[in-house]
Design a protein around this ligand. Structure first.
Ligand code: SAM
Length: 329
């Protein structure tokens, strides 16, 4: 057991004495689901067909028929505020703008989004990235299938990753810590991940970082969001592990928080250095308060460190099949 029962009791008491807020309600729902995500709960699945129908009617009246269904959108951001699609579109545009600003992303560049889910940010990128190219990957096959059939994303490339994730892809064959992306060295100007490292353990992030370093061009940029321990209410991450904290010991990938120094160390070992660029930013609550689900993540920018003689940051030469491969296999 990670935490002594007495300590756990103290943490729980402190946590539950706090005033009711959205974060607590989300935690409660997560902790009472079968696999750690609200959209996997049988009750959510039972009502989804009806909600999807009503949501489709509302979206149609708003000219948003191209959006994924309510239940699929909930896989990307949870169900809060999703009904009708407006929040999905607005939050996608806001996040895309933050990424473009931080990475100084030009419309003619090559972009890789890892963990793109159902295309929340891709839809906004489609309004910006021309003549640039976009590639989106995710371990969630259903989400990738939704992107592949979205007419607004027809010029974008999407690919499923056969990587294990207890929450998102329990049948995945490869481990994140061994996964090699099926793209050649130096093929992207910008790689970004939002709300993805927040679901990944250190050895998996380390391998992704090595791969990202390999796939980035020399002037490339990585933008990623993390839960930094420094900006967190630690009562929401009660499980302490060496170098990180978990929301739930039972479902580790439910939410993982890192000290900023630990993220920097992992990135540095992969050959990536944190950059001020356009300024490291914290995702703050916007004035209209509508982006609550992303409001508490930190958005960080990393750039390739010049390669030192004898050290090669990346893994393979890439381009190795439709779904990437496992190192050494
Ligand atoms: C909270 S959702 C965020 C989706 C999207 N990035 C956004 O901001 O709208 C987390 C996404 O990360 C994906 N994911 C989780 N672990 C992953 C991994 N090891 N590799 C790639 N994607 C992963 C999930 O399938 C899911 O689509």
């Amino acid at each position: 057991m990670e935490v002594m029962p007495k300590r756990r009791l103290q943490v729980a008491r402190r946590y539950h004495r706090a005033p009711v807020n959205l974060e607590r309600l989300r935690d409660f729902a997560r902790n009472h689901t079968s696999a750690g995500a609200i959209w996997q709960h049988p009750a959510f699945k039972a009502v989804s067909p009806v909600v999807d129908l009503a949501d489709a009617a509302v979206r149609s009246s708003r000219g948003l028929s191209h959006l994924p269904s309510f239940s699929m959108r909930s896989r990307a951001m949870g169900p809060a505020l999703q009904f009708g699609g407006v929040h999905f579109v607005d939050s996608g545009r806001t996040t895309a703008r933050q990424i473009c600003e931080m990475a100084a992303l030009r419309p003619d560049e090559d972009v890789l989004e890892v963990g793109c889910s159902v295309g929340r940010i891709a839809l906004a990128m489609a309004e910006h990235l021309e003549p640039g190219r976009y590639t989106g990957t995710d371990v969630d096959r259903k989400a990738i299938a939704v992107c592949l059939t979205n007419p607004k994303l027809a010029s974008f490339r999407f690919q499923a990753q056969d990587v294990f994730s207890l929450v998102y892809n329990p049948g995945g064959r490869a481990r994140g810590s061994e996964y090699e992306f099926p793209f050649p060295d130096g093929s992207f100007d910008v790689v970004y991940l939002t709300s993805v490292f927040t679901h990944m353990l250190p050895e998996d992030i380390a391998q992704y970082a090595r791969e990202i370093r390999r796939m980035l061009r020399p002037a490339g940029r990585l933008v990623c969001s993390v839960f930094t321990v420094e900006h967190r209410d630690l009562a929401a991450f009660p499980v302490e592990r060496t170098g990180y904290r978990l929301r739930s010991a039972e479902f580790p990938e439910n939410a993982v928080a890192y000290p900023i120094g630990e993220v920097d160390r992992i990135m540095s070992e992969a050959g990536l250095a944190r950059s001020d660029g356009a300024g490291t930013a914290v995702w703050g609550a916007p004035a209209d308060g509508r982006l609550r689900t992303l409001a508490d993540q930190d958005l960080l920018l990393y750039v390739p460190q010049p390669a030192t003689a004898g050290r090669r940051a990346g893994g393979s030469a890439g381009g190795n099949g439709a779904e990437g491969r496992v190192r050494g296999k």
